[in-house]
Design a protein around this ligand. Sequence first.
Ligand SMILES: C[S@@+](CC[C@H](N)C(=O)[O-])C[C@H]1O[C@@H](n2cnc3c(N)ncnc32)[C@H](O)[C@@H]1O
Length: 639
Amino acid sequence: FSLSSHHRTHHVHSTTTLMSSSWNDDYDDSYRSAPSRGSSTRQKSGRTRRSNGGGRSGRGRGSRDGQVSSGRGSGQPRPNRQSKESIRYPKNNFGYDDDDEYDSPNNNGDRMIQQQRMTNPIGCPLFGTCPGCVVDDYVADIDIVKSAQLYFSSGSIQKHISSSSRGRQSRGRYYDGDDEDDEFYEIKVPSSITQWRTQAKLAVASDKKWSRNAGCKIGLYQRHSHDVLPIPDCQVHHPSINKAVEAVVKATREVRTPAYQEDTGHGLLRYIQCQVELSTGKVCLTLVMNCEKLKECQPHLSYLVKELKRSEPQLWHSIWCHCNDSAGNAIFARDVTRWHPIEGPPYIREKLPGADPDPDSREGLLYFSPMVFRQANYEGFGEIAKQVREVIPNGSKVCELYAGVGLLGLSALLHHGKMAEEYDDPDGGIQWLRCSDENPENARCFERAVSSMPMKITGRSPKQLQKDNGKKGKRTRKNYKGKKSDKELSIKDLMDSMMSEASDESKPPPVDPSEKVTYMQASAAAAILKGQALGANVLIVDPPRKGLDEPVLQQLCQPYNPNQMYAEKPNALSHMARHTVNWVNDVRTLIYVSCGFDALARDCDQLLSSNAGWKLESATGYVLFPGSNHVETVVVLRR
Ligand SMILES: C[S@@+](CC[C@H](N)C(=O)[O-])C[C@H]1O[C@@H](n2cnc3c(N)ncnc32)[C@H](O)[C@@H]1O
């Protein structure tokens, strides 16, 4: 079974119609894949399902009885597969380990929910004309999932499955030689199939061809074209996004905002980004303007912002302007000076996955500015964070590359810290966590998140927290609190305040690397070679769609060196020539969260065929963007 010759030709190579290369939109584009015209496909079972082209080829091999191809038999996922060594605490409220074939009421409930999510229709009135979705029901029955099932059931992969995981395979058999789906690859739909999208990037065009200032239409590019199709009733959008889009469209008509015109390069409003804060339903709106400097957007920007605030005073969490006058089709320019906060608080706050769900509790929060990566399905990704923290052995030292604002690592830190406290285990919890990412904006969000967690767990002192927050607090007060009320603001006031805010950039506070929880701004390759993973027994990677950077992969493919002394810092290995150091020598668990299946398969091929000793423990597919031909895969490897 050759991945490159087989699997790559078997799934849809969709055309990305909203391209971008910014920090924070690594894989969101799958949502924009442009399928062919809508059609209905009759299934073997006699059921009718709605598919929107995209190279569909009938039922997946793993499906039976007309059920969705879930990879777990009859569309039913089995309970979480967890490593025995991974956690010392009881796994559920019933005192049973999940490995027991005990059907708790929770498991039954979960199965029913999964069953419904896998078969129910999204029911979108736009399906068939909108390029956003390739299926309207049976959301796991998509080509990319079939490719993944084939890949993980292939002989070349099956021989690398750890013996403990093999025993857990539901049919209790080892690979028998053909490429039938053996159900090793488990599929889950981690959230509701509607209203899951809490972040959307949408294109803007002139509402009327003949008049540049007649307002804008906002939507998705139609397939193979740059014609914008409005999608006002999109069923996968959080309702606040649809409301925000409607408000922007109306406001652009009211104040005659000129839309950007690709053919001439004239006009102003190019794209918008809407990010919903789940706890409030409010929207952080970014207006992407075709100009280099903020002042070039005026006076249109001020008119538009004022009108938006007038028409929907309760809807906006914050409004930002991003200046992008580049010729390409990247939505955001990489340059951080292109971002300008206009209105409202600088960060959206979300509960850290695994934190106390009580809305009044502030036990763990994540902070997102629009300049950092944020998961488009935040709630669904919470399930991935759950799996990640559960496969981390208690007492671990964890390094996380491509960490964004630290969602996965901090969620694990909080969970293990709380468990250690609950079970009065002084050696429990995560011993240390080192996160890194190349986006310089993440560090500030990360430090705020750490400050929102119990000090017992983060190991931070109150003095340190005060120092960190004092600096950031000043920025918040100056920019966002001491203003006149909106009614008092003239357009000139608004313009002046925008210009002064644009120049205020505070730097993230320095962090002592000996701390328990640290953040390094560095590419994954640089972070590894600076010793971030030295001494770590767990490595978490969640790279962009293109997969692991070559130097990272190279390190992970090296065999364990028993003669290299245990070290947590590079200076302890200064007696060795740098090129002889194995920078991941102590890593025993590798958790690979992937948003690009082709790259994952390529990286797995290399990891498993190296002599580094990796065995595949589990591979779980999450249909994170129901409706699209996208799967997020979590692979756990141990050695
Ligand atoms: C898929 S996101 C994952 C973020 C995080 N796990 C989350 O869920 O929010 C990928 C992250 O990798 C970062 N990134 C992209 N290329 C990188 C590189 N070569 N080195 C380090 N980070 C990179 C991006 O800035 C982004 O934050």
